[in-house]
Design a protein around this ligand. Structure first.
Ligand code: NAD
Length: 505
């Protein structure tokens, strides 16, 4: 695709697009609003050179880590496999960047769509070099077998590739994850000195980058959900205090925070795929100083994605959700870890906040704080027989016209890691792309996006935002934000769905 427009310029290295952003400034005058439309000029500069990308996964030997690595290799080497349903070809279904499309315009009256990945130059997932850590020493072929996610025939075909891949020893602070994980912790960096741990991880990153001749590396936490650390401004409040607390091996420094610090100090962006509060203020300051991104928290895969859609639909239709009761049972190692109350609490928090802003936006339905306090209950049970095929059962009770009730009972089988793996890939590919984009407002210098990469919120259950920026949970708004950003950077027109060119020529 090539954009021919007077508002874009392209040379060998950069694509610059000029964008008049239209917004509306609202002034409140008593109980009246005065709306003042305004236009601000932005320029977006995208470095079009695609780097050689390395990805280091924390929890590489887990269900997500093995499924992602094996799935990418299956695509890279075009490995087919058989099941009782026949012969299967590898694909990237479930990946926003690889398998969804974006409308770029109309040809006569026909709408034209192209793959998301073709709007701006992006890394091909098959070119990613994977590495990482796990507290379990199992090679990735055996770990994939342990995970029981991927079809047996594909596991066998991937074995020659995966058995060579062995996770690096990791940091293990048993107090932060469930006690039931202890029996797999046979690959840990010895000692209790957190500064030494940080330095080992930093060296691992530097060595990985050099050994594989990489242009850049991104770290992603897909290890067990930790309990929340007890956040304290004196321990985690800024970069200096955080590094001092690591030096003194403070007990409230989690393994995930050590990884986040190591990433920043090695000039790598860090993504937190679990719900715990890894990205404390000190991490954000370290990332800011290093000019890298942090993003989190918790992958938004099956149940929560659906929840944010359904609640948005109800509230958008003027129907008032009054209760959401969510049961999950799952039998994978994630579920086993979540069976400990402290780890479950982290998950409960991220699952619960995901509809707040959607409800808060509608003051007709929810005029008071009290009414916003709907029954939102989360139950998670570990049931080994279920394996990775997590079952999510949700009941939505909503108030309709004249005091009536509408109830949805939704049964959702979320094949956990088969949903998470393509989403993890999107997080990595988009994070890498956003490292190559800069913007300028009016005539200001070009600058990178804010350190907390909230552009990725579509992929996050509890999206972290820059301070002062409200979080958006609505799935359609999150997707539109991403789609519009890449279109604007490419110099394409944003779609307002009026379709006037089709209606009136
Ligand atoms: P998993 O238990 O199969 O894998 C986690 C891996 O992390 C294990 O191999 C474990 O040995 C390893 N590990 C634990 N502590 C570690 C440490 N300190 N350093 C390195 N490795 C460590 O879990 P999973 O199903 O792959 O999920 C991973 C994470 O993603 C979980 O926290 C889960 O809550 C989160 N998540 C998953 C989904 C999904 O749909 N699969 C959705 C949202 C969030």
């Amino acid at each position: 695709m090539k954009v021919q427009s007077t508002t874009t310029q392209q040379d060998d290295h950069f694509l610059i697009s000029n964008y008049d952003y239209k917004s509306t400034n609202i002034e409140k005058n008593g109980d009246k609003y005065i709306a003042k439309p305004q236009t601000t000029n932005f320029k977006f500069k995208t470095d079009t050179r695609i780097p050689k990308l390395g990805v280091m996964l924390v929890g590489w030997g887990g269900n997500n880590g093995t499924t992602l690595t094996g799935g990418v290799l299956a695509n890279k080497f075009n490995i087919t496999w058989n099941s009782k349903r026949g012969t299967h070809q590898p694909n990237f279904y479930g990946s926003l960047t690889q398998s969804s499309v974006i409308k770029i315009g109309t040809c006569n009256t026909e709408e034209v769509f192209v793959p998301f990945k073709d709007i701006l130059p992006m890394v091909n997932p098959c070119d990613i070099v994977f590495g990482g850590w796990d507290i379990s020493a199992m090679n990735l072929a055996d770990a994939m077998n342990r995970a029981q996610v991927v079809e047996y025939d594909l596991q066998q075909k991937l074995r020659p590739y995966l058995e060579k891949l062995v996770p690096l020893p990791s940091i293990y602070y048993p107090d932060f994850i469930a006690a039931n994980q202890n029996d797999r912790a046979d690959n840990v960096i010895p000692g209790n000195n957190k500064l030494e741990h940080l330095n080992v991880i930093r060296k691992n990153i530097a060595d990985f980058k050099q050994l594989n001749n990489l242009d850049k590396v991104i770290l992603l936490w897909t290890a067990n959900t930790e309990r929340f650390c007890v956040e304290d401004p004196n321990i985690h409040g800024n970069a200096e205090k955080l590094l001092k607390s690591i030096e003194s091996s403070h007990p409230e420094i989690s393994a995930s925070t050590i990884f986040a610090c190591a990433a920043c100090l090695e000039g790598c962006s860090f993504i937190n795929g679990s719900p715990q509060n890894t990205i404390v203020p000190g991490v954000i300051e370290l990332a800011e100083k290093a000019g890298v991104f942090v993003a989190g928290d918790d992958f938004k895969t099956g149940q929560t994605k659906f929840k944010t859609c359904l609640v948005e639909y109800l509230v958008g239709a003027g129907i008032k959700p009054k209760a959401i009761i969510s049961y999950n049972h799952l039998g994978n190692n994630d579920g086993k870890n979540l069976s400990q109350e402290s780890c479950f609490k982290s998950k409960e928090r991220s699952k619960k906040t995901c509809v707040d802003d959607i409800l808060e936006s509608n003051k007709v339905l929810y005029p008071t704080e009290e009414e916003l306090n709907i029954d939102h209950t989360i139950v998670i049970k570990y049931c080994p027989e279920t394996g990775d095929s997590k079952k999510a059962m949700d009941e939505y009770i909503a108030e309709i016209f004249l005091g009536g009730r509408q109830t949805f009972a939704v049964y959702n089988v979320c094949e956990d890691s088969l949903l998470a793996a393509p989403l993890i890939m999107d997080l990595l590919l988009l994070c890498e792309l956003f490292e190559r984009i800069q913007f300028s407002k009016d005539t200001s210098e070009f600058q990178r996006f804010d350190t907390v990469l909230s552009w990725l919120s579509y992929l996050m259950k509890a999206p972290k935002s820059e301070s002062g920026i409200t979080t958006i949970n609505s799935l359609s708004r999150q997707r539109a934000m991403l789609e519009n950003l890449v279109k604007v950077c490419a110099g394409l027109t944003i779609d307002d769905n009026l379709r006037l060119e089709v209606r009136y020529g």
